[in-house]
Design a protein. Structure first.
Length: 275
């Protein structure tokens, strides 16, 4: 099967193989050229982060309508994403696992963040730090903050000096995580954040999360202790140079060799919003 970088059969991927719209013809067999639709003028909201207020009943109807129109992927069929500096990859390949609490070659977290995550317990009762963190999107908010300069106390000086193209993205299917992982609505180290344990509970919770966060940029997925490297199905990299380097590392390590794919959008900083 010829898979594209998004994990689909290539001809089924609307990005790699965009579908072509069939031309319309009239009764005489002539191709009909449709005039472009004019976009209705709309009032610009007061800021890029705000929208005009709606009456409560209209807002509820709008949310219900959006929920009905926006399909939510079956959680058990989704993938999760773990970003790490490329210098940490040899250690992962040597141990054949991504290990919670391991000492990385380059640690993006500050001492304050490590201490906080060690002190806060998850819904399973274990500290956040005893889990391997994943996101539900390759454009997760935390990763976006890191790739746009790592501002804030959460990040180390090493993180601030690193470039987004110095990282790789390890992709694992949810089906390979077992049934004792934790999903949180946002930063897992925040006291009282909503959370669920296991596939069934997480599926319902992720569906609720998606109403306010359709791109699932905020949730964390925490897997206790370790994730075997054999569970990694794809290593996303920013460019050809990193791809060749990663392929060589994987080949030298032997054993499981996931697909290594160049996908620059995962490593580009988001545009800065202008107020």
């Amino acid at each position: 099967m010829d898979e594209c970088i998004h994990g689909f059969e290539r001809e089924l991927c609307d990005i790699c193989a965009p579908r072509r719209r069939e031309p319309q013809v009239d009764a005489d067999g002539q191709v009909v050229t449709l005039a472009p639709k004019r976009r209705a003028a709309s009032r610009k909201p007061e800021s890029l982060r705000s929208t005009p207020a709606l009456p409560r009943d209209m807002a509820a109807s709008a949310v219900a309508a959006q929920s009905a129109l926006t399909p939510v992927p079956v959680f058990a069929q989704q993938r999760v994403y773990h970003w790490t500096h490329v210098s940490n990859l040899p250690g992962i390949l040597e141990s054949r696992e991504i290990t919670a609490g391991a000492t990385p070659t380059l640690d993006v977290s500050s001492e304050a963040t490590r201490a906080l995550r060690a002190s806060v317990a998850t819904a399973s009762g274990a500290p956040v730090a005893d889990h391997v963190p994943f996101s539900l999107s390759p454009h997760a908010s935390a990763w976006d903050t890191l790739r746009t300069g790592a501002e804030g106390y959460e990040w180390s000086d090493a993180a601030r000096s690193a470039k987004a193209t110095d990282f790789v993205m390890l992709v694992v299917p949810v089906s390979a995580l077992g049934d004792d992982f934790v999903v949180t609505e946002g930063d897992a180290a925040v006291q009282g954040v909503r959370a669920a344990v296991g596939v069934d509970a997480a599926s319902s919770m992720v569906r609720r999360f998606s109403l306010a966060d359709p791109d699932l940029l905020e949730p964390e997925v925490l897997v206790p202790s370790r994730v075997a490297f054999d569970a990694v199905t794809l290593v996303g990299v920013p460019n050809d140079k990193v791809r060749d380097s990663v392929k060589a590392l994987v080949a030298d390590a032997g054993g499981h060799a996931p697909r290594v794919a160049v996908y620059p959008p995962w490593f580009r900083p988001s545009p800065v919003e202008q107020a």
